[in-house]
Every structure is written in structure tokens, then in C-alpha cells.
Design a protein around this ligand. Structure first.
Ligand code: SAT
Ligand code: MN
Length: 589
């Protein structure tokens, strides 16, 4: 076994664990990553030589590379994802559970000798700005060079993590082995009590970039509940008014429901002088500040965003962000080594290779890019990256927004009556399934706080944690619900969305600042027709606004029954406040 790179730590907990895992996986080489530019270049060259990456057209896309995953491995797999707590009740009915000892034995049996002939990369990484009270250190051991290069974009990778860690034992241990990338040997397992993640048999983002969903959300939410903070599946953005007033909001939408677009929103011409700043597009870690407000950081350093549908109209800042130093996965490849996906600007290429490397023309029946194809791009490329991005204290959150993808039932926007009601609103989010997870596209499923696939413990206890946080906040954020995906009877979207969402955001900010009107409905506070600025919005009238804000009692009768299904499932751990809120809603309706 040879050692490559340089090991820049003397932390014995780190060294011991790496040695243990080396003995288990038996790699031919161990490569210690330091996160430097030279290292990135060398590893990129190597990935190209190995065929893991294809160098894209460097004139059009400087620093950009292309990757195709195994076709059986293109999204998160919830049926292979486990929370291994001591008891099944701790994991709760919405998670797969296995006893920690048993699962570890099974995984170690799979990993034993699993890196023979291969290189084990040791990736130290930091989630959060250096020095932040919320920041956490992780150590990922992987035999995938693709993972190393993605982690380098998505996290603060390298010696910065060892500096933060010092001689402490408090870091997340993450082992990732590709094995033969076979669905039968695919497991993404979390051991929250040991702060340990073991992921085998997959090479796909959410399953293997262990800092993201595994540490930042599943393990993170478990630690947050114990330590009195919050780990949430939320974007964070700042709204700056022409006078320079800044208001920060966090928003939870399920995977592939537009968080990245929302986080990078460019206001329409009507809002001249307004500016949206991106803090994060996927994950928020939040804790009460000394002033009684809730402060949030984005633990990540990059965006792992859905490519299809991204274009100059839907997300101009993303287009700029992904123009360089980006890794594209499972999009289509054009003959001049450019990338393409459904919904990109301009006409489709006359001919290209699809995400599986097969010849594709506009006549082909299948899509050229996989619906869950992704870009991995550095946050620093984003022209609207918030100046507060590296602030160790984070940003004060004035509003929390919940949302989902709903064709009916949910109005464009409403504000919860108070925190407890807001928790109920978040707990009952429904959304049509998307391509980010393997499963039934289009079906509505309950996705509380957009955390259903990411909550590392019992969902009922998670609601209780949310309720408890209220007591720790003197000035809790206001809570809202938005739905930008409502459709008419013909299936057309009722609201233009994208940049025009600024109009909704402006109302939300004004509500937080005590400047906007609303009227009371059974669901919560809803803007009146005059409260949302429609100036400059073409082909959209006050009547259309009424339609998109409408509350249909018949639809709500059905919604209540669907909501009840989740509550029944969670019944044994459900806080009684949730039942009261439901009763109140029934009475109001
Ligand atoms: O695929 S990921 O889990 O990384 C992204 C998502 O589903 O939100
Ligand atoms: Mn996500």
C-alpha cells in the first residue's frame, strides 16, 4: 500500500480511523487530499485519463468537465437509505431502520477488500464558514475520484477542515465504496449516535457526496435536535430594497421544486433597484442568536442543481454560475463538446450524445439529458452570492417559507397565524414527486418541511423540536406557504413564476416589516388583490390573481383526508399541538 498526497494532521482519532478503514477496504493506495489548486488539476487530469470525466470545450466552458453515471444510478434511492438508531421508534415510521450492529456487519462484509487495486481518497471537509459555531468537520473516505472533485466544489475541502478540528474527536466519519455499483448492493446508512455514515454501491450525488444530505441533513437534524439548533432542507436568500434594507428568508421546497431558481431569483424590471442575494440553495443550519433572532448559515460551498429547465429566463444567475469550473453529470454532449439539456436556451442540437452516450437527434423519443441530470458549480461563481456568505454568525432570518409543487388546492401564498400554526403548515406540505428520487413521478406525497427523505430521526419528534425552538426565540421568523405551480383546468400554470416570484417575495418581506395588508382566511393571512404588485406583468389580470389565490373548500376536504394519513402514520410520536391545529383548521373551513 502506498501513500499519496500529504497527510496534514496529527489528530490521532483521524489517523486511527483511516488506518482501520484501510485495513478493512485494502486499497492499493491512500491519497490524502489537501484541497489545493494543484491537487485539483492533477486529479482532474487523472479523472480524464481514467475516462471518469470528459474535458468539455474549454473555449465555451473553461474548467468544465462532463460525467456519465451508471444508468442504474441516477438519483437518490430512498428504499436503500437507512437510519440505524438503537431502537426502531427513534428512526420512526418514515425512515428505513436497521439495528446498528447488524447493519454495520453487513456493510463491513461488503466493504472488506472492496478497494483492492484501487485508491482510497481521504477527504477532510468543513461544512460552514471557518470558525462558525455551527460549522462541522467531516472526513469522507472514498474510492471515487468523481466524489473527490465534486466534494471539492460542494464543501470547504482540505486542510481548512483539519485546522478547524485540531485534536478533537468531534467529526463525522463517512465511508464510501463504489463496489460494483449494483442496486442489490446499494446502501446509504446513517449511524447518528456515532456520527457515522457508510454508503456503498452508488456513485450518485445525494448518495455519495456525504456532506450534503447524509451529514448536513440526516445526521445534522439528529444532532440539531440534541443540541438545540435546526438542520433544514432550505435555501437562504437576502432581499435588498432600493434603500439598502436587507431581509433574509429561508425556504423549504422538496427536491427539484425550484429552490435553486428561487435562491438566485433576478427581480423583473418593475423592481428596479431591488436585489436578491443568494446565501444557499439547499441547506440551512440555524440557531438562536444572542439577540433572540434565528441565524442561518449555508454549510455548503457549491450548488448541485438540476440542469433541465435551467436557462437564461428561468435562472440567468445559474447560467453564469455554471459557465466555468463546473462538473456536468448525465446531461447531453454535443459534437463540439458543449452540453445540452431539455429547456436550455436555443434550439436543440441537430445531433448529440444522450446521457447514456447514445446518438440522439431532435426526433428521438427519449430525452437527451436525464431529468435528474445535474451541475456541480462553485458558489463563488454566482454573481449574486451574498456578501454575508462567509459570515460565521450567519444571517438573521425574518421569514420561513414552505412550498411544494401542487396543481390544485394550495393558493399562491399565505401566512400562518403564528409559529405553532406555521409548524403545522410545514408538517403538512404535499408535493408532486419529481425525478430527484426514484419513485412515482407526479403523485402527491406528504413531505413535511421538505424533510421526509432527510430527517434523521422520528418525524413526530422532529415536529416537537420545531415547537420547542419557539421558546428559544424572542423574535421567531414569520412562517409562510407558497405554491408557484398551480394550474387551471387545462393544465396551464396560473402563475408565471421564476423572476416574477419577486412579487410574492416582496409581500412576504413587507409582512415581516409590518408594511403589508392581508385578510384572514381559514388557511391563514392571504394578500388581497391590491396587495400583490402586478404592474408590468403581461397577460395577468387581477382576476387571474384571484384564481391563483382561491381557496376551494371541496379541494380542502380532500386535502384534509390526505393530511390525516401522514398524521396517522406518525401518531405515536405526534405532538398534540399538531392535532389541535388540525381541529382548528377543520373548524375554520
Ligand atoms: O440528489 S440530491 O439529494 O443531492 C439533491 C436533492 O435531491 O435535493
Ligand atoms: Mn435538496
Amino acid at each position: 500500500m502506498s501513500t499519496l498526497g500529504t497527510c496534514n494532521t496529527t489528530n490521532r482519532h483521524v489517523l486511527n480511523w483511516v488506518n482501520e478503514m484501510v485495513a478493512l477496504c485494502q486499497p492499493d493506495r491512500v491519497f490524502w487530499c489537501n484541497g489545493s489548486e494543484e491537487e485539483k488539476q492533477a486529479l482532474t487530469e487523472q479523472a480524464v485519463a481514467e475516462g471518469v470525466l470528459i474535458r468539455l470545450n474549454q473555449e465555451k466552458l473553461p474548467g468544465c468537465y462532463y460525467h456519465r453515471s451508471n444508468p442504474n444510478d441516477v438519483a437518490r434511492v430512498e428504499q436503500c437509505t437507512y437510519i440505524c438508531t438503537d431502537t426502531e421508534a427513534e428512526a420512526g415510521p418514515t425512515n428505513n431502520w436497521a439495528p446498528p450492529k447488524e447493519m454495520k456487519e453487513r456493510l463491513y462484509a461488503l466493504a472488506r477488500g472492496g478497494m483492492k487495486g484501487r485508491t482510497m481518497y481521504v477527504i477532510p471537509y468543513l461544512m460552514g464558514p471557518p470558525g462558525s459555531p455551527l460549522a462541522k468537520v467531516g472526513l469522507e473516505l472514498t474510492d471515487s475520484i468523481y466524489v473527490v472533485l465534486n466534494m471539492r466544489i460542494m464543501t470547504r475541502m482540505g486542510d481548512v477542515a483539519f485546522r478547524q478540528l485540531g485534536s478533537s474527536e468531534d467529526f463525522n466519519r463517512g465511508l464510501h465504496c463504489l463496489l460494483d455499483v449494483h442496486p442489490d448492493r446499494r446502501y446509504i446508512c446513517h449511524f447518528p449516535r456515532e456520527n457515522l455514515i457508510i454508503s456503498v454501491g452508488s456513485g450518485y450525488g445525494g448518495n455519495v457526496l456525504l456532506g450534503k444530505k447524509c451529514l448536513a441533513l440526516r445526521i445534522g437534524s439528529y444532532l440539531a435536535q440534541q443540541q438545540g439548533w435546526m438542520a433544514e432542507h432550505m435555501l437562504i436568500l437576502g432581499v435588498e430594497s432600493p434603500s439598502g434594507e436587507k431581509t433574509f428568508v429561508a425556504a423549504a421546497f422538496p427536491s427539484a421544486c425550484g429552490k435553486t431558481n428561487f435562491a438566485m431569483l433576478v427581480p423583473p424590471p418593475r423592481f428596479e433597484g431591488w436585489k436578491i442575494w443568494t446565501v444557499g440553495d439547499d441547506i440551512a443550519w440555524m440557531r438562536p442568536g444572542a439577540d433572540g433572532r434565528l441565524y442561518a448559515i449555508n454549510p455548503e460551498m457549491g450548488y448541485f442543481g438540476v440542469a433541465p429547465g435551467t436557462n437564461a429566463r428561468t435562472n440567468p444567475n445559474a447560467m453564469r454560475t455554471i459557465a466555468r469550473d463546473t462538473i456536468y453529470t448525465n446531461v447531453a454532449l454535443t459534437p463540439d463538446l458543449d452540453v445540452w439539456w431539455e429547456g436550455k436556451d436555443g434550439p436543440p442540437p441537430q445531433e448529440c450524445l444522450d446521457w447514456q452516450g447514445r446518438r440522439w437527434t431532435p426526433e428521438s423519443r427519449e430525452k437527451a439529458a436525464h431529468p435528474n441530470s445535474r451541475f456541480t458549480a462553485p458558489a463563488r461563481n454566482n454573481p449574486a452570492l451574498a456578501p454575508e456568505f462567509d459570515d460565521p454568525n450567519g444571517v438573521p432570518i425574518s421569514a420561513i417559507i414552505f412550498g411544494g409543487r401542487r396543481a390544485t388546492t394550495m393558493p399562491l401564498v399565505f401566512e400562518a397565524f403564528n409559529w405553532v400554526h406555521g409548524v403545522f403548515v410545514g408538517a403538512t406540505i404535499g408535493s408532486e414527486m419529481t425525478a430527484a428520487a426514484v419513485g412515482g413521478l407526479g403523485q402527491v406525497r406528504r413531505d413535511p418541511m421538505a424533510m421526509l427523505p432527510f430527517c434523521g430521526y422520528n418525524m413526530g419528534d422532529y415536529f416537537r423540536h420545531w415547537l420547542r425552538m419557539r421558546k428559544r426565540l424572542k423574535y421567531p421568523p414569520r412562517i409562510f406557504h407558497v405554491n408557484c405551480f398551480r394550474r387551471d383546468a387545462e393544465g396551464r400554470f396560473l402563475w408565471p413564476g421564476f423572476g416574477e416570484n419577486m412579487r410574492v417575495l416582496k409581500w412576504i418581506v413587507d409582512r415581516c416589516r409590518g408594511r403589508a395588508n392581508a385578510y384572514e382566511t381559514p388557511l391563514g393571512w392571504v394578500p388581497g388583490p391590491e396587495d400583490i404588485d402586478l404592474t408590468g406583468l403581461e397577460n395577468f389580470t387581477a382576476t387571474d390573481l384571484e384564481k391563483v389565490l382561491d381557496i376551494d373548500i371541496e379541494e380542502w376536504r380532500r386535502e384534509l383526508i390526505l393530511q390525516e394519513e401522514l398524521f396517522l402514520k406518525l401518531y405515536s410520536h405526534l405532538p398534540k399541538e399538531m392535532i389541535f391545529q388540525r381541529e382548528l383548521l377543520v373548524a375554520r373551513l
